[in-house]
Design a protein around this ligand. Structure first.
Ligand code: KG4
Ligand code: ZN
Length: 364
């Protein structure tokens, strides 16, 4: 079966072709047109600009995905599109484009939850993942611990009470005047500190110490807004006490301490949830799963603390927003559907609605 995935929930226009065959999922193409540079000027994603870019890029990206996969429209069996959550102007482009294709090409259409897609990015070229799964979802809009007893069954057992962790990375980068998106920039700065002679010294005096919010709370929830505010105050103080040059030299250390504060709470809560629910697999999903240090430390903690649990993470190209993950989730949904549910998908060119606050678990 050949699935065409389409994703436009934020600032990437993405189209992918995925082939599923007897327990094997193969990504044939994964075309992404990023708008990062455009939005960087504004310090964040501007929804109407994103929609305009999606409109411009949708057809060329579709053509690229079909060409890279070496298929034509006739080979497509199912179209799978991000239905929500996300920015409405951006989602409308992808959903309406997909509805048009579904109508013209006479192919069934399936709406997918963006976070479900991120979770299923782990299944790209890898179907060996065993259930129950505990998914740590870390993106620009979500920070959640999701327990999955089986495919497509989600129970959110913990989540952020305020900012998402990716959002905190973006805001801290703004406080430090480093640009957008913050995640990759902060993690590069943190790495610079880690590799510096300073950090290697056993008697290194930390010049910044940040809180680990909710580290010891009895639940599986998170909070990142206070951490961001703590960075704001610490930066203000450091700027007063140091020259401009001296302050600039402190940025790698501030980034490292902030990143480590995030990692400490994410790992502690994930381990705590795993000890209660005994998953066979812990996986990480969402844009922040591109963070190398988070992946390394979570893998390490899983191996040290949980004898019967495996750690999985998506390959880098499927960590950030992409359409392969949407096609893969669509493939698992289709598998689970009965004939009448599948028939309904043939009318989705009429019925599918983009939703900015879509809930997981809805089957179409
Ligand atoms: O999943 P994603 O691409 O979009 C949403 O669904 O929100 O996630 C984007 C978020 C941004 O906040 C970005 O700063 C963060 O992921 N991010 C990272 C890294 N790469 C992207 N955060 C930390 N470390 C990274 N290397
Ligand atoms: Zn995302």
């Amino acid at each position: 079966m050949i699935i065409l995935g389409i994703e436009t929930s934020c600032d990437e226009t993405a189209v992918s072709v995925v082939r599923s065959e007897k327990n094997k999922i193969e990504v044939l193409s994964n075309a992404v047109s990023s708008q990062v540079e455009l939005h960087a000027k504004w310090g964040g994603v501007v929804p109407n600009l994103a929609a305009r870019e999606h409109l411009k890029n949708m057809l060329p990206v579709l053509e690229e995905a079909l060409n890279d996969a070496g298929i034509t429209k006739d080979d497509v069996d199912l179209i799978s599109v991000t239905e929500g959550p996300g920015l409405i102007p951006a989602l409308l482009v992808g959903t309406n484009f997909s509805k048009t294709l579904s109508y013209l090409w006479k192919k069934p259409l399936l709406g997918i939850h963006h976070i479900e897609g991120h979770i299923y990015a782990n299944f790209a070229n890898n179907t060996e993942i065993e259930f129950p799964v505990l998914a740590l979802v870390v993106s620009g809009g979500h920070t959640q611990l999701v327990l999955m007893k089986d495919h497509l069954e989600y129970e959110v057992i913990g989540q952020t009470q305020d900012d998402a962790v990716g959002e905190a990375f973006d805001k801290v980068a703004r406080i430090l005047d480093l640009g957008y998106p913050g995640g990759p920039i902060i993690s590069a700065q943190a790495q610079k500190f880690k590799e510096s002679p300073d950090s290697q010294l056993s008697n290194h005096n930390s010049r910044i110490t940040l809180p680990r919010p909710m580290l010891n709370s009895p639940d599986f929830n998170f909070s990142f807004s206070g951490l961001k505010t703590a960075v704001l105050y610490a930066v203000k103080e450091l700027k007063e006490k140091n020259s401009k040059k001296e302050f600039e030299n402190l940025i790698p250390e501030i980034s490292h301490e902030f990143q480590q504060a995030c990692i400490d709470v994410l790992i502690k809560k994930t381990m705590k949830a795993a000890k209660k629910h005994n998953p066979k697999t812990i996986l990480i999903a969402g844009g922040v799963s591109a963070n190398r240090e988070l992946k390394l430390q979570l893998k390490d903690a899983t191996e040290k603390e949980l004898a019967n649990t495996k750690f999985e993470s998506p390959e880098f190209e499927y960590s950030l927003d992409n359409a392969a993950m949407i096609a893969i989730a669509g493939c698992f949904r289709w598998e689970k559907m009965n004939d009448s549910e599948r028939q309904k998908c043939e009318k989705n060119w009429k019925n599918l609605q983009a939703s900015s606050s879509l809930k997981m678990n809805k089957i179409h």
